[in-house]
Design a protein around this ligand. Structure first.
Ligand SMILES: Cc1cc2nc3c(=O)[nH]c(=O)nc-3n(C[C@H](O)[C@H](O)[C@H](O)COP(=O)(O)OP(=O)(O)OC[C@H]3O[C@@H](n4cnc5c(N)ncnc54)[C@H](O)[C@@H]3O)c2cc1C
Length: 418
């Protein structure tokens, strides 16, 4: 196996795969690492449907030739641009087909350490191999950033999970389970658990669960008042999809605030029928303490008016979302962590997605504080991939064999000292 590449891409989800397709198209020598569509395969509740509409769920390729619609037509899967929720299984199959078509050379190995090197970076792989690259793009997704309230952190895994660790929930059949949260993940998990025979209660600090409204047929007035975008209808969303570079130019505090507030918790409209009247809620309540008992956990809940109640359950699920914090990326070595500038936990990025460590780039959710909420969704793959590939490709193509020789020599020396 060759051990030097111009660009290493860490991640084989929508962002890593899309970028790899763009870089390859531009003749850049790449190596791509990761497990294809891992988050969608392992970290989403089975039976879930996407919140993004069909037309907004394309993994971008450089010719726009392999949209979700094209795939569904080829695979004979029902598809509509809007108003027909995309199933998790269809999207997963699409991602896997995209990988086979555009990134067949994907190496299904995890990167355990990235370190700076004279030629750029050395990537230590889980099998002990060291891969050298001049540039590295991190597209490792959201799983490392799963956030749980401090009251729940530290509970044993048998009685506590995050919605990111979910899978098919078979082990929770017939159990009493509390799901903390009021967003799409919380409802998807609750519905799945109920279908497995668990007795589920949803607990949220909000006073109401705000389900999205279905788009339906929109009048001309509605279309003008709230134009449709890949992030949903509304003028704010128009700004987000049209102006990621404008967003980048805004003050840090503005950017952080927008990303935090944009699209608060809102379960999809099609979950409503399966939740309302079937799954009880406890609203306006925070978990203030969680103690393990012989059988499970005793939650102490404080209502917003101040009353306290105890709630014993077998298992508690935090469907409390994700918070980007690059310190949680354990594969970034100390020398990189020390040089990495941050904005509210996310990397500081240039207009070309390059971090304060030259040659190290971030795409996907980690880039949302720089380019706006679009980067949290598959819809952002077109902007990110085009921008990063156009920045990297000209330099990489003109790149002489000198750096390859340097890299090979460095690796040779490193091997002698190991
Ligand atoms: C429940 C839920 C529902 C969602 N629904 C939608 C939706 O409807 N529409 C939408 O647009 N977005 C949705 N999202 C957001 C979605 O996660 C992102 O849009 C998308 O997955 C981002 O793609 P990504 O490539 O950045 O990361 P991911 O899809 O998370 O992929 C990460 C990749 O990195 C790899 N990786 C991680 N660490 C390493 C390592 N050390 N070495 C090598 N590889 C590594 C993994 O193997 C994987 O291949 C949802 C998220 C959740 C949690």
């Amino acid at each position: 196996m060759r051990n030097f590449a111009d660009v290493a891409v860490i991640g084989a989800g929508p962002y890593g795969l899309s970028l790899a397709a763009y870089l390859r198209r531009q003749g850049v020598d790449i190596r791509v690492f990761g497990s294809p569509m891992e988050t969608w395969r392992d970290a989403m509740p089975v039976g879930m449907k996407l919140k993004s509409e069909g037309f907004a769920s394309n993994i971008a390729d450089p010719d726009g030739a392999f949209s979700l619609s094209t795939f569904c037509k080829e695979a004979n899967i029902p598809y509509a641009d809007t108003n027909l929720p995309v199933t998790l299984s269809a999207f997963l199959a699409y991602g896997n087909a995209f990988q086979k078509r555009f990134v067949a050379e994907l190496e299904q190995k995890m990167v355990v350490l990235v370190e700076p090197a004279p030629h750029g970076f050395n990537l230590h792989l889980e099998n002990g191999e060291i891969a050298a690259a001049r540039r590295t793009v991190i597209a490792s997704g959201i799983r490392a950033f799963a956030y749980s309230p401090s009251e729940l952190v530290g509970l044993p895994r048998e009685v506590f999970s995050h919605s990111a660790d979910f899978g098919d929930a078979a082990h929770l059949a017939d159990r009493e389970v509390a799901v903390i949260g009021a967003g799409a993940s919380a409802m998807d998990v609750a519905v799945l658990l109920r279908s497995r025979g668990a007795q589920v209660t949803v607990i949220s600090r909000l006073s109401v669960i705000r389900f999205q409204s279905p788009l339906g047929e929109r009048t001309l007035y509605e279309k003008i008042r709230a134009p449709m975008t890949g992030l949903g209808p509304g003028w704010k969303s128009v700004l987000c999809v049209r102006g990621p570079l404008l967003f980048h130019a805004m003050p840090k505090s503005f950017r952080v605030d927008v990303v935090r507030r944009y699209l608060g918790p809102a379960p999809a409209w099609y979950a409503r029928d399966k939740v309302e009247g079937h799954i009880p809620y406890i609203l306006q309540s925070n978990v203030v303490e969680a103690q393990t008992t012989g059988q499970g956990v005793r939650l102490t809940l404080r209502h917003s008016v101040g009353s306290i109640r105890q709630m014993p359950v077998d298992h508690v699920v935090a469907a409390t979302g994700y918070r980007v914090d690059t310190k949680k990326l354990s594969f970034l070595g100390d020398r990189i962590q020390a040089r990495l500038g941050r904005v509210d936990g996310a990397p500081t990025l240039s207009r070309n997605f390059e971090s304060t460590v030259p040659g190290l780039y971030f795409v996907g959710t980690s880039a949302a504080n720089s380019f706006g909420p679009m980067l949290r969704f598959v819809y952002g793959t077109a902007f990110a991939s085009r921008r990063v590939a156009n920045h990297i490709a000209p330099v990489a193509r003109g790149h002489s064999s000198t750096s390859r020789t340097t890299a090979v020599k460095t690796l040779g020396i490193a091997a002698k000292f190991r």
